[in-house]
Ligand binder design. Sequence first.
Ligand code: ADP
Ligand code: MG
Length: 355
Amino acid sequence: MIGGTKKCIGLIFGGHSNEHEVSISSAKTVFQAFNSEINKQCFTVKAFYINKLGDWLDNDLSEKILSGEIENNATKKLEIFSQEKINFLDGIEFQNIDVWFPLLHGFNGEDGSIHGLLRFTNKPLVGCGIIGSALGMDKIMMRTIFSSLKLPQVNYLVFQNKDLNDKKVKNKLISEILKKLNFPIFVKPSNSGSSLGISKVKNESEILQALEKAREIDPRILVEEGLEVREIECGIIGNSKLLTSEIGEVKYKSDWYDYDSKYFSDNEITIPAELDSKITKQIKDIAIQSCRALNIYSFARVDFFLEKSSNKILLNEINTIPGFTKKSMFPMLWEASGLNIEQLVAKLVEISLNS
Ligand SMILES: Nc1ncnc2c1ncn2[C@@H]1O[C@H](COP(=O)(O)OP(=O)(O)O)[C@@H](O)[C@H]1O
Ligand SMILES: [Mg+2]
């Protein structure tokens, strides 16, 4: 037991985000892990579900979402805390929470907003701070900082708030892409996740549609050169000292790792990935360096590409609230590294209490 008394974990999930459903699945796994025989002696959990409109539910109703007793889309009338109220934390009983565990993937959560809000409660949380969360969520900022440190990445272009209805702007933008990048290209909203809003573009005629799709999520757009890659992921946990997990590789049947292949198909996961020891070490070193660069700690999953033709390591992105579902890479990486899910959640609480 940490510090001699049972710790009360405030598990926050759902959220006003396009990754709402994934968050519910993640929370189910973490809730079960804290309620396992071994962890029950050390922890109690209070659940806080945020519905798709951003309204918070109390513990009883939130637990019913986790058990499946209430459908998550039928919660509007049950709200206890509405966005219209001015006093944000009014009505949320958090006094007995010892440690927050926000599992809000994507916007209005992982991007640092929940970290900012929770700071006002004066309680520790599992996860990094506001800056690391915001930078980890924003692909443009992330790439810019990685570039300044010369960390290896794909070639990319940034387009911020361009008026795609203006013919001149549109043509200029397309010609810049054609001049500087080779097809295929990936067009991405700067802020999103789970591959939502991303398109793989194979020729000029598909560019505009892809830009429009990305712009629906975020007017700040990243366009990258698409390479033939292996997808490699590494977990980190820790604080002043960051530990890396074994490295995993995910192989899918689809052309790229899109939303459906992430959540609705059986992918082949290999842990440890078949890599020579030199590359393994380099990946782990870059994982730590990149987290330090963005002030990311507590826990995260660092994703890499390994170019098939050259075996070149390219840093893709850092997820500061990685998926915690039963099929998610992050818990699997730690299981393979000697921490099962029950030990992992307990360890994350310990790290946050020692921050
Ligand atoms: N430059 C690229 N080259 C090859 N594949 C890419 C590239 N960018 C993205 N992809 C594919 O798209 C997926 C999702 O892209 P990513 O930037 O990781 O977005 P998300 O944050 O939504 O996971 C990647 O896992 C990969 O399969
Ligand atoms: Mg990704």
